[in-house]
Design a protein. Sequence first.
Length: 228
Amino acid sequence: MSTKKIQIAIDGYSACGKSTLARALAKDLGYTYVDSGAMYRAVALFAMRRGLWDGDQFDLDKLREELEGVQVTFDPKTGHTLLNGEDVESEIRTLEVSRPASVVASYDFVRTMLVAQQRRLGEAGGIVMDGRDIGTVVFPEAELKIFLTATPEVRAQRRYDELRGKGDQTTTIDMVSADLKDRDYRDSHRAINPLRQAEDAVVIDNSVLSIDEQAAMALALARQREQK
């Protein structure tokens, strides 16, 4: 039986380990990995640098005008996010960018632009993409859809540990928990392409699973789909 390169969509809430799983799966399969969330973070960072974020909302008129000047790509060697050619991987992962990224992702004109880019990246298959609406909007016909989840407590601890590991000594676990709660609400209740589980998605709760255990589960699912 011949195999084919497929589209793999991994969705779920913040700090569920979507990127970790997606990267591992892409490596095991020899596929391209795309972090769609990083693309929204990059747009938010661009707008913040241009003074279009006042701490609560964006200047939508100016953002629309300047969006054409935004190009988000990924370094083929490191996988890092590039904003107009600049490596911004570390900067977009800060808590400071998290809320603006969630807000900018609620704008239809931003989503329309980035979804079009995402579809072009995956049209030939052989791609693993993670985000909030990959299996429902970007690749609704993806051969494999995974919805990743974990308890709020586990997610908060993971994000907190991640930030501490990157040298952030000021953010508290309570701040992280509040940020995740806010992002969950925004992601699930936005009018445009809200976060939801695709009907044909395989749910993996990784609250008590190791990285290797969940990677093995996902790889087995992918191999099955490649044979169909």
